[in-house]
Write a protein that binds this ligand. Structure first.
Ligand code: GLA
Length: 382
């Protein structure tokens, strides 16, 4: 818990509205492996982290609602009973999207006031968006007694992102943020939505995120295009999703599929297999194998799925042949954001210095090192 940010949000709320708020914390997530598999009904291996969104909420007696984003020093006023236009690319869309989804479900809404702040940089690939969506819908549910289950809430969050933000995301981020468990990762089968808790024993190693601090434009449209490409290959093979396709089936139908689409499907099918192998490696505490699978995942994302970028490839390549780094790969949607690395704890300081220096030298801009702890999912903290 970031006490400073929590206090900042509570203080701002009480100073502005002269009453005590209900407060929710909703975490971002990391993903060990299983990238771009969720919307293909595949497997993922994410975990909620100790960084995310702190959101203070209360009812409003006016006929308007108000939301303030402390980090951007911006605010918005709106009426929860009116359909507001999406604003295109602003934090406001996440809130308007949630309200629109709740209105569709005919739930007893009321005017509200909200103040929020976060400890994740947007665009870093740690899913500050799912954290924000979950924080808001969870806060509304508690405040207005909407009677929604956590499961219903994650689909409301996802629908808000589909319909208002315009990203046809899978369910991994909302799921991990809502259901995360301290010290553990969640293996999720996105077809059955059955999940398993797997405790992560790092045994002298540390999970280090390295933010490239780049976010390439058009990342959202590239994301949606990948999804369409996967759906097209599945339907070409007479299946509903790539989850139903085996490696052999794919290889046998090689001729039927355009090369670029084939490479994308190949990545997805192989990545699903890697998640299953990773899960077993976690359970036998085989960190070396976990790391190796992460490197393979990056290779697929870079060459076949084509969602990496020069900066991420540089960060991953820098770790190769360093005996104290077991694995590294880009994390999240891609085209910027973070890499996730398994680094020997004793060598951490040395590694951070070396990679930060090399990155700066190459791109004349700093990368940011982020330490994370695996934490519980969305919860009320006050
Ligand atoms: C984004 C999406 C997720 C998932 C990842 C890639 O974070 O929100 O649903 O598809 O990209 O694995």
């Amino acid at each position: 818990m970031d006490q400073v940010v929590l206090n900042k949000v509570i203080t701002a709320f009480t100073a502005s509205f002269h009453e005590e708020p209900l407060v929710v914390f909703s975490p971002g997530r990391i993903n060990f492996i299983g990238e771009h598999t969720d919307y293909n009904d595949g497997y993922v291996f994410p975990a909620a982290i100790d960084k995310g969104i702190y959101l203070a909420i209360g009812t409003s007696s006016d006929n308007r609602s108000e939301i303030r984003a402390l980090d951007f020093n911006e605010s918005m006023e709106f009426d929860v009973f009116r359909q507001e236009q999406a604003t295109q690319g602003s934090w406001r869309d996440y809130f308007l999207g949630i309200i629109a989804e709740l209105n569709k479900r005919d739930l007893p809404l009321g005017q509200i006031k909200v103040i929020f702040s976060g400890t994740i940089d947007p665009g870093s690939g740690m899913s500050s968006s799912a954290a924000l969506e979950n924080a808001f819908v969870f806060g509304l549910n508690e405040l207005l007694h909407l009677g929604l289950s956590k499961n219903e809430m994650i689909y409301i969050s996802q629908a808000a992102e589909h319909h208002y933000v315009g990203v046809k995301c899978g369910i991994m981020d909302q799921f991990a943020s809502m259901f995360g468990l301290e010290g553990a990762a969640l293996f999720l089968d996105c077809k059955t939505m059955k999940s398993e808790k797997h405790s992560i024993d790092m045994n002298g190693y540390t999970i280090l995120l390295i933010n490239s601090n780049v976010k390439h434009t058009l990342a959202d449209s590239a994301y949606n295009q990948r999804r369409v490409a996967c759906e097209q290959v599945a339907s070409l093979l007479g299946k509903t999703t790539l989850r139903e396709v085996t490696l052999t089936e794919l290889e046998e139908n090689n001729q039927k599929i355009p090369l670029k689409a084939y490479q994308k499907a190949l990545y997805v099918v192989e990545e699903n297999n890697r998640v299953l192998a990773f899960k077993e490696a976690v359970d036998r505490k085989d960190l070396k194998c976990m790391g190796e699978l992460m490197y393979q995942s990056h290779k697929g994302l870079q060459n076949n799925y084509e969602v990496s970028c020069e900066e991420l490839d540089f960060l991953v390549d820098f770790t190769r042949n360093k005996p104290y780094v077991l694995g590294s790969r880009m994390m999240g949607g891609g085209f910027g954001g973070c890499t996730i690395n398994l680094v020997q704890s004793q060598q951490q300081e040395h590694f951070i210095k070396a990679i930060s220096g090399a990155y700066y030298k190459r791109f004349q801009t700093p990368c940011t090192i982020i330490n994370v702890r695996l934490s519980d999912g969305t919860k009320r903290i006050k």
